[in-house]
Design a binder for this molecule. Structure first.
Ligand code: TYD
Length: 134
């Protein structure tokens, strides 16, 4: 459910010349990263996401700028605002997500547990609702 999607506070190594955040498999993450990708140059007002996954887990980080993630488990919707590089939203399998309200210059980093596989996507909302009932 959306209640299994915490915002994880990532460690920050801070000094006067700036910050570093490191993310380790099985340590800050409850999975191992097989793939990372990033979304950028999203035009103002555009919406991304609009799908769920059967198996994939992911951590979503606003490495620059900000955006909102709307999580939906078929029963409850929850909006999470991300705007700092040292917070990551864990999205577990079976959750519909919409990505909205991108600031200009926003970069959305995804650490994913699986390689890209179109067969792992549920892109039809009614199909998702049927799947979520089970
Ligand atoms: P999608 O995951 O639907 O994007 P978003 O959720 O950000 O709106 O991916 C959009 C397209 O990008 C998809 O049709 C195929 C391509 N793609 C890849 O080739 N590899 C990847 O790892 C990802 C995430 C997407």
């Amino acid at each position: 459910s959306v209640y299994n999607c915490p915002v994880i506070t990532l460690p920050k190594v801070h000094n006067r010349a700036g910050n570093i955040t490191a993310v380790n498999n099985e340590l800050e993450l409850p999975f191992s990263v097989k793939r990372l990708y990033y979304l950028y140059d999203v035009p103002g007002g555009e919406t991304r996401g609009g799908h769920a996954h059967y198996k994939l887990q992911q951590l979503i980080v606003a490495v620059s700028g900000s955006f909102d993630v709307i999580l939906d488990d078929g029963t409850v919707k929850k909006t999470v605002h991300l705007n700092r590089p040292n917070y990551g939203l864990l999205v577990v399998p079976g959750i519909w997500r919409d990505l909205v309200n991108f600031s200009s210059g926003a970069v959305l980093l995804v650490l994913a547990s699986e390689s890209y596989d179109e067969l792992d996507y549920i892109r039809d909302y009614n199909e998702f609702l049927e799947y979520a009932k089970k």
